[in-house]
Design a protein around this ligand. Structure first.
Ligand code: NAD
Length: 454
């Protein structure tokens, strides 16, 4: 049968546009269906806008405390209008970059909502039907909700809605959820001058990451004036005028907190509603699409990647999975490893980790050791007034092969790639010690940490 396209991708986020570009480069006639703006959550409502705001917030905060470094700044003020415009300018610029790549590679943009009506057909907005040998679903996720009475009150925000705001920062922002989104916004709003309260259900912040990250961030947020409650179960939210009051129980003690903003950041849900027409069924499990190792669904011509398949919800993971799916379609082997996922949190200081932690090594029964270098001894950190942080390296006891690294310091999110490359190539601590680190840099901390291994 002759199809119109070799590949139709549903979703124009990083799980969609990255594999679409690769597919087109491989010579596949490719189309991308997107109902909103190209770039998906990452570019329009996630990574890029939050980090644009954070960049301004960090400069703003630095300006408030710059006397000690020889700058006298008076009358520094924040324009949320300009900041919103700047955020839009950044996303526009990057979106235009994707559009230009699509044009150059002759990738067709199908604007509208795609519904899969058969193993090889996608209906756009219920009108135009397009066919392809392969379909790749990369429809992403949206903010999840939890059943807390009062959560539907007008003015309670999720991360999408918070990013649309152009009003002055809150006097007091209450954040429900102390995961990645919760803490990035806590850091951001603290820098913008808001009082912040974090209410987290688990006994620690950033439950999926190294325990020390959560502990250190709790300490730092508190030092900067935040209230952080772990093991806190939110019972209800009430509204009086423009103020919200959250009632929560922390270790069975019922307390309340009142603020003028509430952010709910309790995880994200796969976007699968309306993806399949009646009669088309792929295997699903608790709202996510089930795939095999090649990212094929139970219908082999339909692939799915990224947040719709659950697991690790990260832009770079979705892109890497998409590249693997395209490689399978074209009979090639994708190079990027899927079992080695760098995780980055854009708080102040940044957090990053890759591979396994010392605790995970223990749980897995891998004889491992770890070293930790405090960045308070790193020249670049001292001269640039950074918060205290560390670089930890986990290595196998028998042959010193590097197994993981956890970094809490300035530029941690860039530095982590050194370790990703090391682990991907099965290098040992001694291999890495051949590296000369330029002085003075944050990266010298890596050399110092490696030097601690006996
Ligand atoms: P998350 O899973 O990281 O954190 C959600 C937190 O909310 C958890 O700690 C959970 O225990 C808590 N929680 C759940 N119900 C609660 C309740 N009723 N009361 C209090 N706390 C409650 O999810 P997220 O922060 O919403 O982020 C969603 C996804 O997006 C994650 O997979 C995250 O990795 C990804 N993300 C990544 C980045 C990044 O890599 N920098 C940035 C943003 C989002």
């Amino acid at each position: 049968m002759a199809y119109q396209y070799d590949l139709i991708v549903i979703g124009g986020g990083p799980g969609g546009y990255v594999p679409a570009i690769r597919a087109a480069k491989e010579g596949l006639r490719t189309a991308v269906v997107e109902q909103d703006a190209l770039g998906g959550t990452c570019l329009n409502r996630g990574c890029i806008p939050t980090k644009t705001l954070l960049h301004t917030a960090e400069l703003y905060e630095a300006m408030q405390h710059c006397e000690g470094i020889g700058i006298h700044a008076e009358g520094v003020s924040l324009s949320m209008e300009t900041l919103k415009a700047r955020k839009e300018q950044v996303t526009d610029e990057l979106r235009k970059g994707i559009e230009a790549s699509f044009k150059k590679l002759k990738i067709t943009q199908l604007r509208g909502t795609g519904t899969i009506v058969s193993a090889h057909e996608v209906l756009i907005d219920g009108k135009e039907c397009c066919s392809a040998e392969h379909i790749l679903i990369a429809a992403g996720s949206r903010p999840g909700r939890v059943p807390i009475p009062g959560l539907e009150l007008p003015g309670i925000l999720d991360s999408d809605r918070l990013l649309e705001r152009a009003e002055a920062p809150f006097a007091h922002l209450i954040i429900i959820g102390g995961g990645v989104i919760g803490l990035e916004f806590a850091s951001l709003y603290q820098a913008l001058g808001s009082k912040v309260t974090v209410l987290e259900a688990m006994d620690r912040l950033l439950g999926n990451l190294d325990r020390e990250f959560g502990q250190s961030m709790k300490m730092l947020l508190k030092k900067r004036g935040a209230d952080v409650h772990t093991s806190a179960s939110v019972q209800k939210i009430e509204k009086d005028g423009s103020l919200f009051t959250c009632t929560f129980a922390e270790k069975e003690q019922v307390q309340t907190v009142t603020g003028d903003g509430v952010l709910v950041a309790v995880g994200r849900k796969p976007c699968t509603e309306g993806l399949f027409a009646e009669g088309v069924q792929v295997e699903m499990e608790r709202g996510r699409i089930v795939v095999n190792k090649q990212f094929q669904t139970s219908v082999p011509s339909i692939y799915a990647v990224g947040d719709v398949i659950g697991g690790i919800q990260l832009a770079h993971m979705a892109s890497a999975e998409g590249l693997h799916a395209v490689a399978h379609m074209t009979g090639k082997t994708a190079e990027v490893r899927l079992d080695l996922i760098p995780s980055c949190v854009y708080t102040n200081p940044e957090l990053a980790s890759v591979g396994i932690t010392a605790d995970e090594a223990k749980k897995q029964g891998v004889p491992a050791k770890s070293v930790k270098y405090p960045m308070s001894a790193n020249g670049k950190s001292v001269l640039s007034n950074q918060e205290r942080g560390f670089i930890k390296v986990v290595y196998r006891e028998e042959d010193h092969r590097v197994l993981g690294a956890q970094l809490m310091c300035a530029r941690a999110t860039d530095l982590v790639s050194f370790f990703t490359a090391a682990i991907a190539n099965e290098l040992t601590v001694e291999d890495l010690r051949k590296t000369m680190f330029p002085h003075p840099t944050f990266s010298e901390g890596i050399g110092e940490a490696l030097g601690l291994v006996e």
